[in-house]
Write a protein of this length. Structure first.
Length: 328
C-alpha cells in the first residue's frame, strides 16, 4: 500500500506544500494557462490566464482568496483600450492599481482591482520608451516601474504613467547583455534581478542598471533551463521558475541554490466541486493510476510570488493551477 504524505516537504525541507487552487476552465472558477500572479492590497490573489488563440474568453484575470474561494474575474479580449490578448505579467503598483503587460499590443494597461480600465501606454518600436514584446514587470522601491522589453533585449524603467526614465541592455551573451530576457524582480535595496531566458541565467544589477553578478543555478544545483518568472522575498532569497526543468529553484542572496520546489499538488476545492457533480469522471480518474505521482509535479511553472506571511505561490502553467508552499 502506498502512503501519501498530505503536506510533503520540498527537496531540502525548507518549505512545505500547503494547498492548491485551480481547474482547467475558460471562465468562472478555474484557470487556462496561468502565466502571472499578484497579491492585491485587498488581501486577495490575482491570477492572469493566457489561454490560447481559439479561446479568447479564457484570457482573463481571476480574483480569489488564498484558500481558493472564487470572487470574480475580468477580461476583454482584443486590441482596443482596456483590452488585451497575450498577457505576460500583472503587478500591483503603489497606487493600488493593477498593471498588465500585453506582448501583442506592446503596451501596459492599468486597471482598478475590480477590473475597471483606467489608462494604457506603450507602442511598438526600438527607440527609447518603445517596446517589442514586453514581458516581466516589477515596481522598484522608489515607485518606478521596470519593464522587460524582451525582443529588444533590454530592461526599461518608466514612471507609473509611462514616462521613460532609463534603460539598459542589448543582445548578446556577455555581462549586462541579454538574449530574450523574461522576468524581473527587485530586492529591498532596489537591486534588479532579470531572468535571461536564452542565456539560461539570472543577472543582478544595481539601481542604475550597473552589472553586479550572474547566477546560472549551478552553485549548489544543476543549472537553469529557460528561467522565466522570479521574485525576491524580504530576506533576499531569490525564487526562479526553471521552466524546462519543471521546478522552482530557491537561491540565497549570493546565488547559491538552497532548495527546490517540484510540486506536490492534490485536488483543489474547485476540482472537488466539479468531481462531486460528475462522479463518472472521478471514477475514470481513480482507475487511471498510471503516472499519478507525476501529475502532482509542476509542468512548466511560469510565475512565483511570496506573501509577507511566507506563503509561496507558483503558477503551474500547463496544469492550469496555482500550487502554494509555506516557508518553514
Amino acid at each position: 500500500m502506498t502512503t501519501v504524505v498530505e503536506y510533503p516537504l520540498s527537496v531540502a525541507g525548507l518549505y512545505q506544500y500547503h494547498n492548491v487552487i485551480g481547474l482547467l476552465s475558460a471562465s468562472g472558477p478555474g484557470f487556462s494557462g496561468p502565466v502571472s500572479l499578484a497579491l492585491g492590497p485587498d488581501g486577495l490573489l490575482y491570477v492572469a490566464s493566457r489561454a490560447n488563440p481559439n479561446q479568447p474568453e479564457g484570457v482573463r484575470v481571476t480574483r480569489c482568496t488564498f484558500d481558493g474561494d472564487y470572487l470574480g474575474e475580468f477580461n476583454g479580449w482584443g486590441e482596443g483600450p482596456g483590452q488585451f490578448i497575450w498577457i505576460t505579467e500583472i503587478r500591483f503598483g503603489p497606487d493600488g492599481n493593477l498593471y498588465l503587460s500585453d506582448e501583442n499590443t506592446h503596451r501596459v494597461s492599468v486597471f482598478t482591482p475590480e477590473g475597471e480600465f483606467l489608462r494604457c501606454w506603450g507602442e511598438f518600436g526600438v527607440a527609447s520608451g518603445q517596446m517589442n514584446r514586453p514581458s516581466g514587470m516589477a515596481f522598484a522601491p522608489d515607485g518606478s516601474l521596470l519593464v522587460v522589453d524582451a525582443l529588444n533585449h533590454r530592461v526599461q524603467r518608466f514612471t507609473a504613467d509611462g514616462e521613460i526614465l532609463a534603460g539598459w541592455g542589448e543582445e548578446g551573451e556577455g555581462a549586462g547583455q541579454f538574449r530574450m530576457p523574461w522576468g524581473v524582480a527587485t530586492d529591498s535595496d532596489g537591486n534588479v534581478y532579470v531572468t535571461d531566458w536564452r542565456n539560461n541565467r539570472v543577472q543582478k544589477f544595481d539601481v542604475d542598471g550597473g552589472y553586479i553578478a550572474e547566477f546560472d543555478g549551478r552553485d549548489g544545483g544543476e543549472g537553469f533551463a529557460r528561467p522565466n518568472g522570479l521574485t525576491v522575498d524580504g530576506d533576499g532569497r531569490i525564487y526562479v521558475c526553471d521552466w524546462q526543468n519543471d521546478r522552482v529553484q530557491v537561491l540565497d542572496a549570493g546565488g547559491r541554490v538552497i532548495d527546490t520546489l517540484i510540486g506536490h499538488s492534490g485536488t483543489s476545492k474547485w476540482a472537488r466541486t466539479f468531481l462531486n457533480a460528475n462522479p463518472d469522471i472521478e471514477d475514470k480518474l481513480n482507475a487511471a493510476t498510471q503516472n499519478i505521482e507525476l501529475k502532482r509535479r509542476f509542468y512548466r511553472p511560469r510565475a512565483v510570488t511570496v506573501s509577507d506571511g511566507g506563503l509561496v505561490f507558483v503558477a503551474d502553467c500547463y496544469r492550469h493551477r496555482v500550487q502554494i508552499y509555506r516557508r518553514l
